[in-house]
Ligand binder design. Sequence first.
Ligand code: ZN
Length: 318
Amino acid sequence: MSKVFASRADVEDKVVSFTRLSEHAYAYTAQGDPNTGVIVGDDAVMLVDTQATPLMANDVIARIRAITDTPIRYVVLTHYHAVRVLGAAAYGAGHIIASEDTRDLIVERGEQDYRSEYERFPRLFRGSESIPGLTWPNVTFKEEMTIRLGELEVRLSQPGRGHTKGDTVAWLPRERVLFSGDLVEHGATPYTGDAYLSDWPRTLDNIARLQPAALVPGRGDALTSPERIAEAFDGTRSFVTGMFESVRRGKAAGKDLRQVYQEAHAELQPRFGHWVIFDHCLPFDVARAYDEASGIEHPRIWTAERDAEMWRTIAGTD
Ligand SMILES: [Zn+2]
């Protein structure tokens, strides 16, 4: 039987944790599935990423309602990926906030991204029939913006290009809690199919400078010790740089995408193969790295058709 996307065989539901990180910050995590951050302010609740579908978001809402009656008024999108943003409708928030760059990406490729992500990884879209359409930000910003939830200050900023060109992090300066989106992962393989690999390490430097006391990565457990936070930053950095380096070397030696993928897999598997979604991400990661190494500055749009073609080329048949 020919192999379809690695993650189509990944069907088991994960165990959810809802963890308090500071006076106002909580993390909704699920063993490496996409995380949602929750900030409970004095007069409003803010979500950082939404889950993939309104049905899945309803579980986040139930956890919030177990701790507070404060209305949910803000949803922040750390970037445009469907698996993070398409649950937004469930929250009924008046303000859906994203960087201008993220909005541009939704305009340019939101629809294709949704189809492609759904085909790659159907388990992550439980209750997809509850998705009313694309999620459109109605508040956008460039570089940075501060929101006050009563006395509580939340700073949103774009620390640079990395996982996408629109990446946004949320930061609680007084409690030193950072919500990084997919710029930082822990125990989960970074997806770099839409990334700017040359920029990503510098962007990591920019956010590491905040010296967070707690970190909610894009995927993986919420972290509250300096050692584990450093582990998340270092791990993400060494994957991103190691993968890109391996691909650049192969490309410079004139190898084709399939050979480059096989070498990158052999090189990275011993160090990172135990991270969740390693086999799912690596073909897309290598494909983007190969483009960037070839001088293609902006990530090409993934469509369901391009996904299938790439998969045939580099992951191949059994
Ligand atoms: Zn993402």
